[in-house]
Design a protein around this ligand. Structure first.
Ligand SMILES: Nc1nc2c(c(=O)[nH]1)N[C@H]1C(S)=C(S)[C@@H](COP(=O)(O)OP(=O)(O)OC[C@H]3O[C@@H](n4cnc5c(=O)[nH]c(N)nc54)[C@H](O)[C@@H]3O)O[C@H]1N2
Ligand SMILES: Nc1nc2c(c(=O)[nH]1)N[C@H]1C(S)=C(S)[C@@H](COP(=O)(O)OP(=O)(O)OC[C@H]3O[C@@H](n4cnc5c(=O)[nH]c(N)nc54)[C@H](O)[C@@H]3O)O[C@H]1N2
Ligand code: SF4
Ligand SMILES: [Mo]
Length: 744
């Protein structure tokens, strides 16, 4: 075979960079570069993408399934592994019922093709209400905000980075994260371009991050208080008559008067002390936002993982509407992904179709808050969780009060994990089913292209074939779905059922490009690849750029994407499409949903009651060379100075008698961690910051490098009792803590 070059999308973060890989004749990746021909990323790459080869060839990556015997894990064959899963799952279901089996789906599942296509089938086959995902540790507030405002929880507008003249960013640090809920390869370059064309970038963050340093303006904000700031911005727009022309809003929005009334009490002067942002700054920010030709407000994880996460997410888009920037170029726009058939009718969004057993928390998007997973495992009674399936997740590190969850996982009757590593979570698994290496895996970003700042599609076929008998991640998940339904059926039959029913529906749906056609004839036209590829082909062909199964021969098919566009296909700048997106009952944007208005009352009482406390609060932080909990096993990425430090303002360090390098203890309601202090004036006084995803010192794991660079788990001190009540999202920012110096 010899040395060769192959191209694919980087699966590690949301930026969707194209990569150029060099492989030797054994199929080992020898070099990774940015794919200069990718029309979206144009050669951009970050240090994580550059180490994809090490990740792919990591000797700790599991090559075969493991089964736990006592404290040890030992290899087991695939058939035996699946048989064990089938027998143990059906036993738990027979004794304790379907809700006794929970599913936890983690972050990488949103970066894979297999996850979005098959994970839902597993949950459905079990028939459990106990679905948990990393979404409730992340962006669930966005879904709830958009669900109520636009009717569709997936209709999340993204800032039109390449055309905006003014970007107000809250709680996002794309210079480290490379962007989130806004897929934009080379986010840093796109920010610089805003400034280069005379625009302005403003960052609101309790830390002066590298993103803040690149911006025109940075304002510190007290953690957890964005909702007050955002309400004051809304207030100012109304009070100073800066709301965009009524024609833009006329007939398109409901609730303008209610919103104005709600904002009356939030004058900038009233929120200044709580937020730490001066009233004059708030007024000026509102005026500049209104005056900018094209402006976008963008709030990300810092604004989501707070007790007012949903209010923040809602108010961000309220500002986009009030300034006339929703759904217009340079504002906040809705992408049009190639794989999502636009003719499908959606039902208006609701939550609370069921509730969690122990805390009575409402279901959102079909799932329950990860913050209460531990309660459901530990609390006896009918419906108690006895078995768990994890797919690409590490909740033993990532969940709030993860230390408690870690203990609870040890008490489960049965656990199966689909994961390439034996880590802090999967060490509790009875059976571990490892997906293949990245280069053996097909890739298409089903979940992320719908959040990209340009419409774009790219398919990456596997570049190294799987050995005989080695299942792909799709095969593993499909097999689990079949097993969970209690049968021994053929996993491919699952795809066939989905394909047949989708085509049958498409053939009768109004507005579908194949209306009136014969589903059997359509079936025969599908790509000749794997069932997964056939499903993707079907989605693309029914989608907005698709060939409609021959109806538009110039349209897109998977075959075309694969053969004619190996570097990806640019489908153009975002276009206004609010009318297609809206599916509220009223058919309008709901500016002031009643569920949110009720919480604003609480915000109001909080403002009246509270003088800001002078205790310390904890926030998180991300580093470019890390990715949640699972890239710490790559020597290239953990080399160099320790990044798992407790940053604190020098004034606080002085008060505590702490200097750089000292050990400190951080204590909260839930526990304590010890970390090395790093005084820095980039953190505002009263705030301390510790990154998440560390704490790799547990026994029974098989990640040698990570073990040597263990760090500490910040989620030993975050609190599972604190959530954003509207979305159930975990609160990671603004956690009350005390900090004490340890004896030197
Ligand atoms: N390198 C790297 N990249 C990643 C990840 C990673 O772990 N490492 N994780 C990926 C994932 S899963 C996600 S969800 C994305 C997240 O992507 P981003 O949302 O960009 O995440 P962060 O870099 O954590 O930036 C959040 C910022 O919010 C600030 N903040 C904290 N509390 C508050 C507050 O109360 N108010 C305001 N206004 N700001 C606050 C923090 O100081 C921080 O700078 O990143 C993804 N990309
Ligand atoms: N304190 C605090 N906690 C946080 C956050 C924070 O900012 N602060 N951020 C939260 C956020 S935004 C998120 S998204 C969560 C993440 O929470 P999780 O998703 O629970 O955790 P990850 O660290 O992303 O773990 C990913 C797991 O997937 C495995 N994996 C990697 N690639 C694959 C693959 O191809 N297939 C499969 N099946 N598995 C794979 C890895 O080995 C690892 O076990 O953490 C949350 N926790
Ligand atoms: S920015 Fe994200 S997608 Fe791009 S190379 Fe880095 S990790 Fe991969
Ligand atoms: Mo995330």
């Amino acid at each position: 075979m010899g040395d060769r070059t192959a191209f694919r999308t980087c699966p590690l973060c949301e930026a969707l960079c194209g990569l150029e890989l060099a492989l030797d004749d054994a199929g080992t990746v020898t070099r990774v570069r940015g794919d200069a021909k990718d029309p979206f990323s144009m050669g951009f790459i970050c240090p994580k993408g550059a180490t994809l080869g090490s990740l792919d060839g990591d000797p700790d990556r599991l090559a075969e399934p493991l089964v736990r015997n006592g404290e040890e894990h030992a290899p087991i064959g695939w058939d035996e592994a699946f048989e064990t899963v089938r027998d143990r799952l059906s036993d738990v279901i027979a004794r304790h019922g379907r809700d006794s089996v929970a599913v936890y789906i983690g972050n990488p599942t949103a970066h894979s093709l297999a996850g979005p296509l098959y994970a839902g089938a597993i949950v459905k086959a079990i028939g459990t209400r106990n679905l948990f995902t990393a979404s409730t540790a992340d962006q669930m507030p966005k879904h709830v905000a958009c669900g109520h405002m636009f009717g569709d929880p997936l209709a999340i507008p993204v800032p039109d980075l390449d055309r905006t003249d003014h970007l107000l960013m809250l709680g996002a640090n794309p210079l480290e994260s490379n962007g989130s809920l806004c897929s934009a390869p080379d986010f840093p370059g796109r920010l610089k371009a805003i400034r280069a064309r005379g625009g302005k970038v403003v960052v609101v963050d309790p830390r002066r991050t590298r993103t803040a340093a690149l911006a025109d303006e940075h304002m510190f904000i007290r953690p957890g208080t964005d909702a007050f700031l955002l309400m004051a911005l809304v207030h100012t727009l109304f009070a100073e008559d800066l709301v965009a022309s009524p024609e833009h809003l006329d007939g398109r929005v409901n609730g303008l008067d209610e919103l104005r009334a709600l904002a009356v009490d939030f004058a900038p002067e009233r929120v200044a002390e709580t937020t730490g942002v001066e009233a004059s700054t708030i007024r000026r920010t509102a005026r500049e936002l209104a005056a900018a030709g094209r402006a976008a407000v963008y709030g990300r994880i810092g604004t989501c993982t707070q007790a007012y996460g949903t209010l923040n997410s809602w108010l961000v888009d309220v500002l986009n509407v009030l300034t006339g920037n929703l759904d217009r170029p340079g504002g906040a726009m809705f992408p049009l992904p190639a794989h999502a058939p636009a003719y499908r009718r959606k039902k208006p969004f609701t939550t609370g179709r069921w509730r969690s057993r122990v805390r009575g928390l409402p279901e959102v998007n079909g799932e329950l808050p990860v913050a209460t997973l531990v309660d459901e495992i530990e609390t006896p009674g009918e419906g108690q969780i006895k078995a768990l399936i994890t797919i690409g997740g590490n909740p033993a590190l990532s969940a709030p009060n993860a230390a408690r969850l870690d203990g609870a996982l040890a008490g489960l009757e049965f656990m199966v994990s689909v994961d390439p590593y034996l880590n802090e979570t999967t060490r509790h698994a009875t059976v571990v089913l490892p997906p293949p290496r990245p280069v053996q895996t097909p890739h298409y970003d089903v979940a992320l292209v719908g959040l990209a700042v340009r419409n774009y599609a790219r398919y990456s076929p596997p570049i190294v074939p799987l050995p005989d008998g080695r299942p792909s991640e799709s095969d593993i998940l499909a097999r689990l779905a079949v097993l969970a339904s209690g049968t021994d059926g053929d996993p491919a039959a699952l795809d066939e059922v989905i394909i047949t029913s989708t085509l049958a529906k498409a053939a009768t749906a109004g507005g579908s490009p194949v209306q009136g056609r014969d589903p059997d004839e359509l079936r025969k036209m599908l790509d000749s690849g794997t069932p997964t590829e056939q499903r993707l082909d079907m989605m693309l062909r029914l989608g907005p750029y698709g060939d409609g199964f021959g109806a538009d021969p110039s349209g897109l098919t998977l075959t075309k994407l694969r053969t004619e566009h190996p570097h990806g296909l640019d489908l153009g700048a975002l276009e206004p499409r609010l009318e297609q997106v809206l599916c509220t009952t009223s058919g309008r944007v709901e500016l002031c949903p009643s569920t949110f208005a009720a919480v604003v009352d609480r915000l109001h009482s909080a403002l009246r009651a509270a003088r800001p406390s002078n205790g310390m609060v904890l926030i998180g932080r991300r580093h470019l060379r890390s990715n949640n909990s699972w890239l710490h096993n790559l020597p290239e990425l953990v080399r160099g100075s320790n990044t798992c430090t407790l940053q604190l303002n020098p004034a606080d360090a002085d008060r505590l008698g702490v200097t750089a390098g000292d050990s400190v203890r951080v204590v909260s309601r839930t526990g304590a961690v010890e970390a090395v202090a790093e005084p820095t004036d980039t953190v505002m006084p009263g705030v301390v910051s510790l990154p998440h995803g560390w704490g790799h010192d547990r026994p029974g794991t098989r990640t040698g490098v990570a073990h040597q660079h263990a760090g500490v788990n910040v989620n030993a001190v975050t609190d599972e009792r604190e959530i954003d009540p509207l979305s159930g999202n975990a609160v990671f920012n603004g956690v009350p803590v005390t900090v004490e110096a340890l004896a030197r």
